[in-house]
Design a binder for this molecule. Structure first.
Ligand SMILES: CC(C)(COP(=O)(O)OP(=O)(O)OC[C@H]1O[C@@H](n2cnc3c(N)ncnc32)[C@H](O)[C@@H]1OP(=O)(O)O)[C@@H](O)C(=O)NCCC(=O)NCCS
Length: 205
């Protein structure tokens, strides 16, 4: 992490304004900026999770998680960008700067990774999930991953639709009868109209 990543003193729930570049306005809000997580985001991540509806928490974690256990929080904010990649979407709204999306991968084998993502309830349905997943695909591809997969609850129509839109195949999960497995190779040319994203390192700039 560079010196500028150290935003010590940032209040929990806030993200230092230095992380945001100029971004196009979206009515009364700002277009979120997607960037790799930083250690100073720990408080903001807990705040993000605590604001999620019980439904979103359940769909993301498959259980009604109320707060991130400290080991998981540490794992998230200390993502090395290779074995684990964690992207956050940061937006400005009436309450200031806050995290409104979280997407992550974890390597399972040298060339395969698992992924998951979640978008703040008041940002869902606005295209952010697609942008985050697209960014995650680009980051993982740049890190040498050739196959990405994730388990999605069968009832999660939004995530299944998003995955299908971005070229994931859907099959039964071998781990959980209530879930489906979505997976795709990363060596294919992006679908026509797919968003283009920077790899992980470039997003930090
Ligand atoms: C799933 C999730 C990440 C999608 O993010 P989002 O920002 O709402 O999605 P987008 O606005 O980018 O929409 C992406 C696609 O999903 C579809 N979609 C979004 N919400 C939907 C809904 N409620 N029902 C059906 N489809 C939906 C959209 O139609 C869009 O497809 P289209 O572009 O072909 O129309 C978000 O809803 C979320 O965080 N859910 C709770 C946590 C979760 O389910 N995580 C997934 C576990 S891996």
């Amino acid at each position: 992490m560079s010196r500028t990543d150290n935003t010590a003193g940032t209040a929990a729930g806030a993200v230092a304004s230095v992380v945001l570049h100029t971004v196009p306005a979206l009515r009364d809000r700002h277009e979120p900026r997607i960037r790799p997580v930083r250690p100073a985001d720990a408080g903001a991540l807990q705040d993000f999770l605590s604001r999620l509806s019980a439904r979103s928490r359940y769909l993301r974690f498959f259980r009604p998680l109320l707060e991130l256990p400290s080991w998981l929080l540490t794992q998230l904010v200390e993502a090395d960008g290779v074995r684990t990649q964690v992207l956050v979407a940061v937006a400005r709204d009436a309450g200031g700067l806050r995290i409104v999306g979280l997407a992550q991968t974890a390597r399972e084998a040298d060339d395969c990774c698992e992924f998951a993502l979640v978008v703040a309830d008041d940002w869902q349905g606005r295209g952010l999930g697609r942008r985050l997943l697209d960014a995650l695909l680009a980051s993982a591809r740049a890190a040498g991953v050739v196959y990405m997969r994730g388990d999605v609850l069968r009832e999660n129509r939004a995530m299944l639709r998003l995955a299908r839109t971005l070229g994931f195949a859907v099959s039964p999960s071998p781990l959980d009868a209530t879930a489906l497995r979505v997976g795709r190779a990363l060596d294919r040319v992006p679908r026509r109209g797919a968003l283009r994203s920077e790899p992980y390192a470039a997003l930090s700039a």
